[in-house]
Design a protein around this ligand. Structure first.
Ligand code: NDP
Length: 391
């Protein structure tokens, strides 16, 4: 029986804790820690197994080290914010514990969406015989595994990849983000970027769009964004010529975002206001609905998948691997909407594969570097069934 320490009691932390609790034969003891212990206690109270809780400021390595030493976990699941990634990795190195997260490290003052800071830990994790699994959410996460699955079972070479992220859910609010608003808005307002013929091509934010006819949810307008999994996938997919990422947004969401951007409310640099230094996007976050509050309000489905073209035995082949997740069903099961659900389930599965030895390695890994089969099997078992259309 293994012990898991989950750090971060937001929407995703809620799901990870519930999902770990559903697998008592693997996760014998669970601790949930966050900056606000009351949030951990509230989550623990909704679970019919004992879940220990604690307060930790994960920006402070010494605090996290003490917590890890007192609980003695086999793995740390980091579902706090990307700003904490390196500090938690440092604490894992110091205590000799494996590490997993769902989002790449971000410096606070500049939106980068790059793995370079975390890849730089490769030798340190390797020397200690430890494993760090990066980006075990849905995208990144399941999308990387979908690519590895297609590479293993359908293609000799994948030439074109389009990751398609559709949230066809509706929460009825004029403007809200379905995960941490600061991270979400930083991602959406950044310049677009895709990979073509061995180099990155930049686009103006949200300047490229197309309509894609998604299974079950139907045609939706998608916008090209840069997304972090592209960085590792273009390294690890054999023969890749073009890789892009698309996300759907409603016209109302984009209109609000445009106005907020135009008036400076999405800025991530500090401004002086009445003698105080404030970061506009952090202030905006305080005004917007807490993503966790959208859970009971959201209806509809998500469809996230990877559309790939390539060759098998000299012939052209096309494949779409995807998952459909229903917001209301997710809420009924774990009291969180589908965006948190689709992130939290893969985080639990990644940790489960690590602690059971199905996924082992020494160093820092992205998901597509692992055998996709046990992960895909677990997705079907733990609430994220996948489908594929192969032509
Ligand atoms: P939330 O903002 O809802 O939750 C974040 C939690 O982290 C909060 O409970 C917060 O605590 C806690 N936290 C923040 N700073 C610290 C700190 N210094 N020490 C300890 N705890 C801290 O975010 P989400 O749950 O929506 O997202 C969690 C992570 O998942 C993010 O990194 C996000 O980018 C990632 N994500 C990944 C996706 C994927 O598919 N790969 C998709 C969606 C999200 P408090 O409330 O007390 O301030």
């Amino acid at each position: 029986m293994k012990k898991v320490l989950i750090i971060g009691a937001g929407g995703v932390g809620q799901v990870v804790t519930h999902k770990c609790a559903q697998v008592p034969e693997v996760f014998g003891e669970i601790m949930l820690a966050s900056r606000t212990q009351a949030k951990c206690d509230a989550i623990a109270a909704g679970i019919d197994r004992p879940v220990k809780t604690a307060r930790v400021d994960a920006d402070n390595v010494a605090e996290t080290v003490n917590l890890i030493r007192s609980f003695g976990p086999d793995v740390v699941i980091n579902v706090a914010l990307p700003y904490q990634d390196l500090a938690i990795m440092d604490a894992c190195l110091e205590t000799g514990v494996d590490y997993l997260d769902t989002a790449n490290y971000e410096p606070r003052d500049v939106a980068k969406f790059e793995y370079k800071w975390q890849w730089a830990y490769q030798d340190r994790f390797k020397e200690k015989g430890l494993m760090a699994l990066l980006g075990s959410g849905f995208d990144p996460g399941a999308t990387n595994v979908f690519c590895a699955h297609a590479q293993k079972h359908h293609f000799d070479e994948i030439h074109q990849l389009d990751i398609l992220d559709c949230n066809a859910g509706d929460h009825g609010q004029p403007f809200a983000t379905n995960f941490n608003p600061e991270i979400n808005i930083r991602e959406v307002t950044a310049r677009g970027r895709y990979w073509e013929h061995g180099e990155w091509v930049e686009t103006d934010p949200l300047s490229w769009s197309m309509t894609y006819d998604f299974p079950v949810v139907g045609p939706k307008k998608c916008y090209l964004l840069y997304h972090e999994e592209l960085e590792s996938l273009v390294r690890n997919l054999k023969g890749i010529k073009r890789a892009r990422f698309w996300m759907t947004f409603s016209d109302a969401y984009l209109m609000h975002l445009k106005v907020l951007g135009n008036v400076g409310m999405t800025r991530i640099d500090p401004v002086s206001f009445q003698g105080h230094s404030i970061v506009p996007i952090e202030f905006l976050k305080a005004l917007l609905p807490d993503p966790a509050s959208l859970g009971p309000l959201t209806k509809g489905k998500t469809c996230i998948g990877c559309l790939m073209q390539g060759i098998k035995d000299g012939k052209e082949k096309r494949c779409f691997v995807y998952n459909i997740c229903d917001h209301e069903e997710a809420y009924r099961e774990v009291k969180a909407q589908a965006i948190s659900y689709t992130t939290g389930v893969p985080a639990m599965i990644g940790a489960l594969l690590m602690v059971t030895g199905a996924w082992r390695g020494q160093g820092v890994f992205n998901m597509e570097q692992m055998d996709p089969d046990p992960f895909m099997e677990r997705m079907n078992m733990h609430g994220l069934p996948w489908h594929e259309i192969v032509e």
